[in-house]
Design a binder for this molecule. Structure first.
Ligand code: S5P
Length: 250
């Protein structure tokens, strides 16, 4: 008999990291596995998007360094209020990719002071196991495989990256376009119901593909939601599509 994917309830028993636990609890409570990628360039757009999609998401993924008007009082404080109001986590998609000492500085210093506000961050594992030690007070989602055409994350790389993700106590999940072991939470970007690509190398799949073929835990949707004419309605559409695909995969 074919083994079934684990439910969020079953994952709660084996994914111990406190952020993994929070994400799974929010998923169950909101019946959502949707993460919106807020790739907008002004604070006003970011907060407006968070207000619209907040009720439907488990986390809001940011690229905080693309904001033209970042200000910790005007950007982060209201964003944190919205995260509390609608019960979602903040995922900063920084994709750290340097030696531990440099990452430690990038994480805590500079303009964005990510360590002050992010619940979890993404990091490449290219610099090795010890490079991830600096993310002590947040959770880390390791980039195991990328969605873009021609990515260098081949099967050998992904196998080694998965070993680091599984063994490092700061890491609770992976970003990938393939299955990962049950002990990790899987995050899958490159999700779009209307498009197959963006003409810049991005490759899209459907929520159904991500849950049936990859047994993902969370789908990440950017332009499919924030570029649509009604972001609130689109978020609801992706939330329902993601939850139905999850239930069908059980
Ligand atoms: O392999 C990856 C990893 C990530 S985190 N492919 C990705 O597209 N991402 C991110 O997901 C990317 O940086 C962007 O923020 C989001 C996808 O956005 P969309 O507009 O293509 O849905």
């Amino acid at each position: 008999e074919e083994e079934k994917r684990l439910s969020y309830e079953q994952k709660l028993d084996i994914c111990d990291h406190s952020i993994a636990q929070k994400l799974l609890e929010i998923a169950i409570e909101k019946k959502s596995n949707l993460i919106v990628s807020a790739d907008v360039t002004t604070t006003q757009e970011l907060l407006a998007l968070a207000e619209k999609v907040g009720p439907h998401i488990v986390a809001l993924k940011t690229h905080i360094d693309i904001l033209i008007d970042f200000d910790s009082d005007n950007t982060i404080l209201p964003l944190k209020d919205l995260a509390t109001k609608y019960n979602f986590l903040l995922m900063e998609d920084r994709k750290f990719a340097d030696i531990g000492n440099t990452q430690e500085l990038q994480f805590a210093y500079g303009t964005y002071k990510i360590s002050n506000w992010a619940d979890f961050v993404t990091a490449q594992v290219i610099a090795g196991y010890d490079s991830l030690d600096c993310f002590r007070n947040v959770g880390v989602v390791a980039i195991i495989g990328m969605s873009s055409k021609g990515t260098l994350t081949d099967a050998d790389y992904r196998e080694d990256a998965t070993k680091i993700a599984l063994s490092h106590p700061n890491v609770f999940g992976g970003v990938a376009q393939n299955k990962v072991p049950n002990e990790l939470l899987l995050f899958t970007p490159g999700i779009n119901l209307a498009d197959a690509g963006d003409g810049k190398g991005q490759q899209y799949n459907t929520p159904e593909h991500a849950f049936t073929q990859l047994e993902t835990d969370f789908i990440i949707v950017g332009r499919g939601i924030y570029k649509s004419t009604d972001a609130e309605k689109s978020a609801l559409t992706y939330k329902i599509a993601g939850w139905s695909a999850y239930e069908a995969s059980l």
